[in-house]
Each structure stands twice: as structure tokens, then as C-alpha cells.
Ligand binder design. Structure first.
Ligand code: ARG
Length: 473
């Protein structure tokens, strides 16, 4: 258990022996935080420039440092860099290599900085980039949904509540419901980026520094709006990661709902959609089967993202200020959620873009279950002046008769209708078909094709501006 190693190069001064193998295994993060190499080097380049600019280090040292940081970047990108677990993390791996290349000048880079603000910076930069990737993937999915909605703005399908046929809607309207959801996700992504757009660099270990650093300068150079204000909060804050995971979990939830609908729609019993071969698989034993695996996996992977969110919430809960090593556990959850979510978004866009929509099957189902019973009641209110409660009752009697005689509401005769209520005229038939029901729902946000087309135009414009509503920015 106590296999002795040489003491750590960075902080080993007061340790007689190196950490045991187990200590090294639990302590090292290089296995996963090497993903932060580009952000780490970007941060160090900005820090070195600022140190020279403010006279804290010489221009000569800065030049050496910057040049070699770029060399290290190329080494890592070319796969020629040896990551060492005994150097714990990406920060010390890069710094140790710098020392190998330029000797003592390398030691000046860490002036007025700590790994605590360094890791907060690197991770924030990484999460910002990840959110931009997610934003592009979301925009692509939304555009795919808009295209399908436009194509099917007037294709009728049953609208459901309790997964029971409720009222006819259009497939375009249903697709636009998801555009609203993913539109809110994209808006949340933009908001999250705004909130995390503050530079942690210069908070140092937790208390700031006595060196005359210029935090505004590094903030600007690294593309942040401004520096963070409280050094204690800065090194202990992981809200940006939690917010990323929350946004991802909500978006995953939306994806899982659409995935579930696709699973249902693609069953032979529903037959509303047929998935393309590229987004489905066959069964090794049952030749007739075409399985919606991509949809099922999207549905399932949402669970992983939720797990990632709960994992980090649990790590952060009850942590005293400021930095604790617990926080090193922040990264894997975020890396996993980011990779998972982007794959889910891409798979969903591909699947929705490719799927064949079966208009006749949807139309047939839309007429089933007396889906226009509400239209009949509405007509009795509007034209015959009945109170809605009475109209609801009259319509219910028509449904009972249609059910007994196995016909749809538009197949009952005028005489039969007049027996149910004397105020009913020939005109009632204009609202009993599925197509006229859908066409009549022209209220703002309703399912009428004209209204759905208006929603599509609205979102195409809004997407071009980013995802926020026009009156917000
Ligand atoms: N690898 C560490 C992390 O990810 C870097 C910060 C270490 N700071 C410290 N005081 N030990 O959190």
C-alpha cells in the first residue's frame, strides 16, 4: 500500500515520500481533464501577456513562455505529449512541460494565479464552447422540425390527451409544439452563456492577489464580458456547470418525449410514420421487424443526463467556501452530458428529417373516436344559441347514436340530428368533417393550417435573430 515514489515536483517540498499509488489514483484528474488542454493554454497565454503588460514579469520571459505554450499545444494536438498521472492534472502537466522546455522562466507563469482560479477559468471556457455547440445542434433540429411542419401544415392527425383521441390537429401543429420546446431550450442556452460570461482569472487561491494584475484585460482577451466580482465565490462557484446540466436535462426531457411519440407512431398499430432504414434496425430473428432504436436510445440517454445533473448537485451541496477538492468531480458529468446531448440532438434531427409521414393513416385515425364532437357542441352554441353545457349534452347524444350504429358523426342523417335537437340544420355538416374542424381553429396559436403557417414564419424569423423573442432583445 505504501509504495514510495519520488515526491511531487510541484508541491512536494514538504513531503518526505511521494503519494502512494492509491492516493495518486484517487487524486489524479489528468485521465479526464486533459480535455481542457486548449482552454488551459489559452488562459495561460492571456495571463502571461497580462503579467508582462503590468510589469510583473519581463517581456523576455513572457515571449519564452508564450512561444513554448504554443509548442506544447502543437505537441498535444499531434498526440506527441506524454500525460503523467503523477502530475495530477492538466494544469501541472502543461506547466511541468514548460519547465522542461524553458527552465526557470516557466516558474514565473504561475505568479498571481492559483490552480483554483485556473481550473475555474478553463472549465468555464470549455462549458461556454460546449453550449455554443449545443446551440448549433438545437438550431439544426429546429430547422428540420420547421421544414416538416411546413410540409404538413394541413395534414390532419388526431390530437391526444391522456393518449386518447381528443380533437383533430395537424401534424404541422404537432411538430411546432416541439419547435416551441426546443426554442425555449435554445433561449435557455443563450441565457446560460450570458450568465457565465465572467472571467474567474485573477481570483487566485480565494483571496485575490497583492500583485498589480489587470483582470479586465485578461477578461477581455479571453472573450468574457467582464471579470467576476468576488474572489471567494469565483473559486467555489460551479453554477455555470450546474446550469449547463440543467439546460441539458430539460432539453433531454423534450427529446425523450418526441422520441417516445416516434416509438408509438412507428408501431404497425399506429403507422403514422415510417422510419428510414438509416435510423432503424432489423431484428436478428423476426424478419418483419423494423425497430426504432435511435428513438429508444434518445429516450434512454435522457436518464444519463439527469444522472449527471444529480451527481454534480450532490457534489456541490453543503460544500463550505471556497474551493474543495470535491469540485474536481465536476468535469466528467459535464463532459458526458455534453457529448450525449449533442449526439441525441443530431440523431433526432436525422430521424425526423428522414421519416416518412403516412398522411392517410393519420387522417383515418383523426376521424376515429368522434373527434369532432366538440365541433358539434361549438356549432350548437354559435349557431343555435345553446348554452355550452346543454350543447355538450346534445352532442353527447349524437355520439351515443353514432356509436350504437357504428358510424362517424358526419354520417348521421339530418333527420336523426333533428330528432336529437330541433335547432340543428343542414349547415351542421360543414363542421363535422375532420378537415373543417381543423380549418376552423383559427385562434392565435390554434391548429388551423393558416395559423400553423403563421407560427412557422414567426420561428424562421426568430431563429435568424437567435432564440430570444424580439421584445426581449
Ligand atoms: N485538478 C483540480 C480540479 O480539477 C485543479 C484545482 C486544484 N486545486 C487545488 N487546490 N488542489 O479541481
Amino acid at each position: 500500500m505504501s509504495d514510495k515514489k519520488t515526491s511531487n515536483q510541484m508541491w512536494g517540498g514538504r513531503f518526505a515520500a511521494g503519494p502512494s499509488a492509491i492516493m495518486e489514483a484517487i487524486n489524479a484528474s489528468i485521465g479526464f481533464d486533459r480535455k481542457l488542454y486548449a482552454q488551459d493554454i489559452r488562459g495561460s497565454l492571456a495571463h502571461a501577456r497580462m503579467l508582462a503588460e503590468t510589469g510583473i514579469i519581463s517581456a523576455e520571459d513572457q515571449n519564452k513562455i508564450s512561444e513554448c505554450l504554443n509548442t506544447i499545444l502543437s505537441e498535444i494536438e499531434a498526440g506527441k505529449f506524454t500525460f503523467k498521472p503523477e502530475l495530477e492534472d492538466i494544469h501541472m502537466n502543461v506547466e511541468a512541460r514548460l519547465a522542461e522546455l524553458i527552465g526557470t522562466a516557466a516558474g514565473r507563469l504561475h505568479t498571481a494565479r492559483s490552480r483554483n482560479d485556473q481550473v475555474a477559468l478553463d472549465f468555464r471556457l470549455w462549458v461556454k464552447d460546449a453550449l455554443e455547440r449545443t446551440a448549433s445542434a438545437l438550431a439544426m433540429l429546429i430547422e428540420t422540425l420547421l421544414d416538416r411542419a411546413e410540409e404538413h401544415a394541413s395534414s390532419v392527425m388526431p390530437g391526444f390527451t391522456h393518449l386518447q383521441s381528443a380533437q383533430p390537429v395537424t401534424f404541422g401543429h404537432h411538430m411546432m409544439a416541439y419547435v416551441e420546446m426546443f426554442g425555449r431550450d435554445l433561449w435557455r442556452v443563450r441565457d446560460a452563456i450570458d450568465r457565465m460570461d465572467e472571467s474567474p482569472l485573477g481570483a487566485a487561491a480565494l483571496a485575490g492577489t497583492s500583485f498589480p494584475i489587470d483582470r479586465a484585460m485578461t477578461a477581455k482577451e479571453l472573450g468574457f464580458r467582464e471579470p467576476t466580482r468576488n474572489s471567494i465565490d469565483t473559486v467555489s462557484d460551479r453554477d455555470f456547470a450546474l446550469e449547463f446540466l440543467s439546460v441539458a436535462a430539460i432539453c433531454g426531457t423534450h427529446l425523450s418525449r418526441l422520441a417516445e411519440e416516434i416509438v408509438i407512431w412507428s408501431t404497425p398499430q399506429f403507422g403514422f410514420v415510417r422510419l428510414s432504414d438509416s435510423f432503424s434496425t432489423g431484428s436478428s430473428i423476426m424478419p418483419q421487424k423494423k425497430n426504432p432504436d435511435a428513438a429508444e436510445l434518445i429516450r434512454a440517454k435522457t436518464g444519463r443526463i439527469n444522472g449527471d445533473l444529480v451527481a454534480l448537485l450532490t457534489v456541490m451541496k453543503g460544500l463550505p467556501l471556497a474551493y474543495s477538492k470535491d469540485m474536481q468531480e465536476d468535469k466528467e458529468a459535464v463532459f458526458d452530458a455534453s457529448e450525449t446531448l449533442d449526439l441525441m440532438l443530431a440523431a433526432m434531427a436525422g430521424m425526423v428529417g428522414d421519416m416518412e409521414v403516412n398522411k392517410p393513416a393519420m387522417k383515418k385515425a383523426a376521424g376515429a373516436g368522434f373527434a369532432t364532437a366538440t365541433d358539434l357542441a361549438d356549432w350548437l352554441v354559435r349557431v343555435a344559441g345553446l348554452p355550452f353545457r346543454e350543447a355538450h349534452h346534445v352532442s353527447g347524444r349524437a355520439v351515443a347514436l353514432a356509436e350504437q350504429t357504428r358510424r362517424s358523426l358526419d354520417k348521421l342523417t339530418l333527420e336523426e340530428y333533428r330528432e336529437i335537437h330541433s335547432a340543428i340544420t343542414e349547415e351542421v355538416f360543414s363542421v363535422l368533417s375532420v378537415a373543417s374542424s381543423v380549418k376552423s381553429r383559427t385562434s392565435y396559436g390554434g391548429t388551423a393550417p393558416s395559423e400553423v403557417r403563421r407560427q412557422i414564419r414567426y420561428w424562421r424569423k426568430r431563429l435568424k435573430r437567435g432564440a430570444r423573442p424580439a421584445n426581449l432583445r
